[in-house]
Write a protein that binds this ligand. Structure first.
Ligand SMILES: Cc1cc2nc3c(=O)[nH]c(=O)nc-3n(C[C@H](O)[C@H](O)[C@H](O)COP(=O)(O)OP(=O)(O)OC[C@H]3O[C@@H](n4cnc5c(N)ncnc54)[C@H](O)[C@@H]3O)c2cc1C
Length: 442
């Protein structure tokens, strides 16, 4: 079986998280023919966790981790940095009423946070790790209703939370934009690019990381061969951790079931002391919107503010300069509405990144072909879901049993999508409609 990577990772704008870090040491790229016991494709959260866990469980195995760009340059370093423990649906905050299912998702997400906390602590990874939970902010009636539903769901699950009124929201965020809010304590906030770069720099010795090494073709067989511009990598076992880019692999049944969707972030310059005084509020906080199509906002300790909103369907897994400019204007509008006390603060960086979703929130976790394992499709929650998928796929492939692995194996598989052009029409019109409905939450 031959898999061709038609869509390779692109440079989708200037990611502020990545560009404000120091330049990394030069990469090691794949050259010539290399043999390994395992190859992991993609060094995002899932790939980094899979390679690390394989190495922990098999300290004598040779593990190759292959990344098209630099570690931290892809979506794993482009996100808003919320390691979310609670079930989180891109389309709804309504809980399913399936309490067992929700509790299992929470266990998976907390399993990821626990694993990551231990790695970050052990290696002293400097990624602004903050166990401060997250705020949800509502602006309009429908946002407020969504938070009420969310609160009822949390009560039913026995999960702690605190409801905030407009005054309390302003005391945290500095703005009177939010009518009401909810604080849930379990999420961890990180600097995403610093986290993944730190993970890449502290891999066990038996992991060989090849960066700037786009894989163009994969020959799946007894010995899988990954073909790059300057080399070939052969290994009997392959872990797919290329997330949205796996949607092109029809032969493995992924095409037509998982979807690449983009979302976008922007980062301001650090606010100066006068601007910080005008803003007020706490030094560091993270807020996700009551309406899932709304705007995520983070204030960083270095005085920058991060804005995230807009979803687009990008089957070619790349975006355009025109789209990024439209997004920048939309982000500036969202920023100005929230922070009228900060006139003239411009967004220094704007970027896009690929999520991978399935229509039913299902995951193709498991063995897709002999010796080909999948840890892709995090349904927008890659910091926790990517981490736990990567860790558990290593355990699954090595026959290590656990309760978390049982939970992961019981997650639904992705359902089939309608064929193009109906799929594209449907996804684009649904996103546009939901974005319009989000109103001022955007
Ligand atoms: C703006 C934005 C905000 C977000 N906010 C959050 C958030 O706050 N919390 C959260 O949990 N999630 C968030 N996400 C989603 C999160 O970033 C993703 O779910 C996560 O990165 C998925 O991790 P992953 O390891 O599965 O995939 P990725 O991070 O996409 O990693 C896949 C890797 O595979 C590599 N690759 C692909 N094809 C090839 C090839 N042919 N050869 C070699 N390498 C290849 C890519 O370069 C990439 O590095 C956000 C995403 C964006 C874009």
């Amino acid at each position: 079986m031959q898999l061709t990577c038609h869509h390779l990772p692109q440079n989708d704008g200037h990611c502020g998280w990545y560009e404000t870090l120091p330049t990394p040491p030069p990469p090691v790229s794949l050259k010539g023919e290399v043999k390994a016991d395992w190859v992991v494709l993609g060094a995002g959260l899932a790939g980094l966790a899979a390679a690390r866990r394989l190495a922990e469980l098999q300290p004598n195995a040779a593990i190759a981790l292959v990344e098209a760009r630099r570690v931290g340059f892809g979506a794993a370093g482009r996100n808003s940095g919320f390691m979310i423990d609670l079930p989180h649906d891109l389309t709804s905050h309504d809980y399913t009423g399936d309490r067992t299912g929700d509790r299992q998702k929470i266990r998976l997400n907390r399993g990821a946070i626990d694993y990551m906390r231990e790695v970050v602590r052990r290696h002293g990874i400097d990624c602004d790790w903050q166990e401060q939970g997250k705020l949800h902010g509502a602006v309009e009636d429908h946002g407020q209703r969504a938070l009420e539903t969310f609160a009822r769901g949390l009560s039913a699950l026995g999960e702690p939370y605190r409801v905030l009124d407009a005054r309390e929201m302003q005391a945290v965020t500095g703005t009177d934009f939010y009518r009401t809010g909810l604080h849930a304590p379990g999420a961890v906030l990180v600097h995403p690019a610093a986290l993944v770069r730190g993970l890449g720099a502290t891999l066990p010795e038996n992991v060989c990381l090849y960066e700037d090494t786009p894989v163009r073709d994969i020959e799946v067989g007894k010995l899988h061969t990954l073909i790059t511009d300057q080399g070939r990598l052969k290994a009997p076992r392959l872990v797919l951790a290329n997330n949205a880019y796996a949607a092109q692999f029809g032969q493995l049944g992924l095409k037509g079931r998982i979807l690449p969707v983009y979302t976008y972030g922007s980062l301001t310059r650090p606010l100066d002391p006068q601007q910080l005084a005008a803003l007020g509020g706490e030094e560091s906080w993270g807020l996700t919107p009551a309406d899932p199509m709304g705007t995520t906002v983070r204030r960083m300790r270095d005085g920058r503010i991060c804005i995230r909103n807009s979803f687009t369907y990008n089957p070619r897994v790349s975006t355009s300069a025109g789209r990024l400019e439209r997004v920048r204007i939309a982000h500036q509008r969202s920023f100005d509405q929230r922070f009228p006390m900060l006139p003239g603060v411009e967004l220094e960086y704007t970027w896009g990144g690929a999520l991978c979703v399935s229509r039913n929130g299902g995951t193709p976790f498991g063995e897709l072909a002999p010796g080909v394992f999948s840890a892709v499709c995090q349904n927008g929650l890659g910091l926790t879901r990517g981490t736990i998928s990567g860790k558990l796929i290593a355990e699954y492939a090595l026959g290590v049993e656990s309760e978390l692995l049982d939970i992961m194996l019981k997650q639904p598989k992705p359902v089939a999508n309608p064929p193009e052009p109906f799929l594209g029409l449907g996804v684009r019109s649904t996103l546009a409609w939901k974005e319009w409905q989000a109103g001022r939450e955007l």
